[in-house]
Design a protein around this ligand. Structure first.
Ligand SMILES: O=P(O)(O)OC[C@@]1(O)O[C@H](CO)[C@@H](O)[C@@H]1O
Length: 383
């Protein structure tokens, strides 16, 4: 792989990464502050975090993981001057510290994003999406599969962090033509043999369609087993944890119509081990997948296919760099230990695998906006 492209930093005012550090993170702190009746300790810690993340520098963190993940090299530097991916990931870790998530007090393990995730799961939009399954049942199985792949892909627009900094996002029309569409290749890799790893992204309205797709693939013998990788702790506002998988499955089994059947089949698949949930520490690491530890590399290497959902996982997959958009996806993912697919709506600058004409047409029509607006999507596969 060419390592030539520069790593993305957040220090260019006016850029998307800068706006995430300067605006999205402070907004997230306020949202979390309002969501719970925290005590003075938490409020003070949130004040300190706001100060640090906007004006301060990277400070030491206890625990071995962050030492392994490179904190030593960034101590004393501004949050804006270290790799953007690293800085963001570190923000979520600090936020959880501030609200006592890792402490031994009463707030231990309380997900500060849970209220917004649950609200989404209970929304009328989720009801509608589940009701649509009743009509889907009348279609040929192949068409059901294609529709569920698209449901999972576009479910990625439902990302609460993104909507926080871009309130108009949901109202904007999605562009149904994908900027890259390897869905035929994806279908051919779902040939019924072996394990599918699905590296999940958001809870709620993204996780539900991800689960529906897994239920379909298991039921129709397109995969033998599936492993759903979720985050070991709350992350990037709405990223799915095990608790979110439980909430989504409970939502499904209690739903009317076809949805409940999907939920029950998934519940059974969990019970007999065909569907497993995995919360590897590296899922919350501030690093690209090229740096994944050996145990995860071996596990993923044993899968027939790994599907990565969403924008952040895409950044981690190809490396959070200023790639020329025509860089081959196969080159950027050559290190990955097995067949890999990305299902992503475009919400940050990174992209690979476009043909030159597509890139030129998008630039011509939208300037840089197509990269970050969440209206475009892609399905990319490297067998
Ligand atoms: O991974 P997701 O949920 O599709 O998107 C994550 C996101 O909202 O957060 C990051 C910026 O904070 C970007 O990768 C993207 O804008």
């Amino acid at each position: 792989m060419s390592m030539g492209a520069a790593v993305i930093l957040g220090n260019e005012p006016g850029s998307f990464p800068y706006s995430v550090l300067a605006e999205r993170h402070p907004a997230i702190i306020e949202q979390v502050r309002e969501a719970f009746p925290y005590g003075p300790e938490q409020h003070r810690a949130l004040d300190a975090l706001l100060d640090s993340c906007t004006k301060g520098v990277i400070e030491p963190l206890p625990g071995g993981a962050w030492a392994e993940w490179g904190i030593g090299g960034y101590l004393g530097q501004s949050w804006f001057d270290v790799p953007w991916l690293w800085s963001e990931s570190h923000f979520y870790r600090r936020l959880l510290d501030a609200v006592g998530y890792f402490g031994d007090g009463p707030w231990h393990g309380i997900d500060p994003f849970r209220p917004s995730k649950l609200a989404e799961l209970d929304s009328p939009e989720t009801d509608q999406e589940l009701t649509a399954l009743d009509e889907l049942a009348a279609l040929p199985v192949e068409e059901q599969g294609a529709a569920l792949v698209h449901g999972s892909l576009w479910g990625n627009r439902a990302d609460l962090g993104f909507r926080l900094s871009d309130g108009a996002a949901e109202g904007r029309d999605a562009v149904p033509d994908l900027v890259v569409d390897d869905s035929e290749r994806l279908r051919s890799l779902l040939d019924g043999v072996g394990t599918l790893c699905l590296i999940a992204d958001n809870a709620g309205r993204e996780l539900i369609p991800d689960l529906l797709l897994l239920a379909h693939l298991l039921e129709h013998g397109r995969v033998e087993r599936a492993v759903l990788h979720v985050k070991p702790y709350p992350y990037y506002v709405s990223d799915a944890t095990t608790a979110d998988v439980v909430d989504a499955l409970r939502r499904l089994v209690r739903a009317p119509g076809e949805a409940a059947g999907y939920g029950r089949r998934l519940w059974d698949a969990m019970a007999d081990g065909r569907l497993r949930v995995r919360a590897h520490a590296f899922s919350c690491a501030p690093l690209p997948y090229a740096d994944m530890p050996d145990d995860l590399r071996a596990e993923i290497g044993g899968a027939a296919l790994t599907v990565l959902k969403g924008d952040l996982n895409y950044r981690r997959l190809v490396g959070d760099r200023w790639w020329a958009p025509t860089t081959l996806f196969a080159d950027a993912t050559a290190y990955f230990p097995g067949p890999v697919a990305a299902l992503r709506t475009l919400k940050s600058d990174v992209v690979t695998g476009l043909d030159g004409r597509t890139e030129a047409a998008l630039d011509e029509a939208e300037g840089r906006r197509w990269r970050t607006s969440g209206t475009h999507a892609l399905i990319q596969v490297r067998p």
